[in-house]
Design a binder for this molecule. Structure first.
Ligand SMILES: Cc1ncc(COP(=O)(O)O)c(C=O)c1O
Length: 372
């Protein structure tokens, strides 16, 4: 049996006719930049994220970059974030000329540990960027407390957590801005790249909109140096077809997560910890095991997909060597990088596939134990 980490074709088959009609509609209209599909998606995303404003952009990366630029963050500034994230979070900070400043993670949730943020603040700190990893929101109350105390912006990297909640509040609605990604593997994935920024700050909303279009307002009169961060209307049309299914898909992921939680209980497999304050959308189901690489090899042999998010924390990346961090600076992030493993959680997994996966994991673990 083959169990891929993600099977986008399985999802596509269920909505193929609607997707083709939606794409064809945009092509027939020849509204190829901006237009009603982008506006409609922006309105719908404000509704599902409990925010007043949304700006469709070209990717999750550009959502973050546009947010930083619109908040006037650049040379000489510092932004505090987590070293245990996808590259884009930190890459965007560096691209503005600002300095990424890391603090370690909470080993249970893998999200930034709010206890370490205040000691990392300097006169140059402009913002905090928590990343809501794997579908679960970071512990936002203490983050907002420290941000308010020092008058810092909070940029939520919500790429992996659309519609997840923290104390009943929606991802992206708690900080100054929220940055979504519609990368195809996300719970709401486009047929290519796409992203969205949400905010409740009206002034910032106008800056974000202008920045997405080379900082021009009106056309050919440039207020600031922006970029081409526009969302493709074909992607907006695809996303509008998928959006009504998002809740069911996330629910199916939660159902699969509950299945694994039960099967792995009492074994060597450490299952994801979801805080009682949070409802996760399980963009990834990440287990933790000491001899991870042996399990990876075994699953590969069994035809089961899995992936390591993320094998090298950001403070140890070659391109960030100039920041001066070294191994041992963020022990929890480093330990997580050695032990985590994402296993298939996508909504269309069958009971048979899940049972095969659980049996394969447990069989390898008991053999591994015998060998030691
Ligand atoms: C945590 C995180 N931040 C940012 C991004 C960047 O999003 P995109 O790939 O849409 O540019 C991603 C997506 O891959 C992500 O997982």
């Amino acid at each position: 049996m083959q169990v891929p980490l993600l099977d986008l074709k399985a999802q596509y088959t269920t909505i193929k006719d609607e997707i083709l009609a939606a794409v064809s509609g945009v092509l027939e209209s020849q509204r190829c930049i901006g237009g009603p599909k982008v506006t409609e998606l922006e309105e719908k995303v404000t509704a599902i994220s409990d925010c007043k404003f949304a700006v469709g952009v070209s990717s999750g990366t550009d959502a973050i970059l546009n947010s930083l630029m619109s908040l006037d963050i650049g040379n000489g500034d510092e932004v505090i974030t987590t070293p245990f994230t996808f590259f884009a979070t930190v890459g965007c900070i560096a691209r503005t000329g600002a300095k990424p400043v890391f603090v370690d993670i909470d080993p249970k949730t893998y999200n930034i540990n709010p206890d370490f943020i205040e000691e990392a603040i300097t006169k140059r700190t402009k913002a905090i960027m928590p990343v809501h990893l794997f579908g679960q929101i970071a512990d936002m109350d203490p983050i907002m407390d420290v941000a308010n105390k020092y008058n810092l912006a909070v940029i939520e990297d919500v790429a992996q957590s659309i519609t997840s909640t923290y104390k009943g509040r929606k991802a992206g609605s708690i900080g100054t801005v929220g940055c979504f990604s519609f990368f195809p593997s996300k719970n709401l994935g486009a047929a290519g790249d796409g992203g969205m920024i949400v905010t409740n700050d009206e002034d910032l909303y106008y800056r974000l909109k202008i920045m997405r279009n080379h900082g021009a307002n009106p056309k050919y009169y440039h207020k600031f140096v922006g970029g081409n961060f526009r969302l493709d209307p074909i992607q907006a049309a695809v996303l509008l077809v998928k959006l009504p299914h998002l809740e069911d898909w996330s629910q199916a992921r939660r159902h699969n997560a509950a299945f694994y939680d039960e099967k792995f209980a009492g074994t060597l497999v450490k299952t994801p910890y979801i805080s009682p304050d949070c409802v996760s959308i399980y963009n990834q189901y990440v287990i933790r095991i000491p001899k991870r690489d042996e399990l990876v090899a075994h699953l590969k042999e069994k035809g089961i997909g899995c992936a390591i998010y993320y094998p090298r924390p950001m403070h140890l990346q070659e391109c960030f060597g100039y920041l001066g961090y070294k191994k041992g600076d963020f022990p929890e992030a480093e330990k997580a990088a050695e032990e985590v493993l994402a296993i298939p959680i996508y909504p269309e997994l069958t009971e048979e596939m899940k049972n095969y996966l659980v049996d394969s994991v447990l069989c390898q673990l008991s053999n591994g134990q015998q060998r030691t």
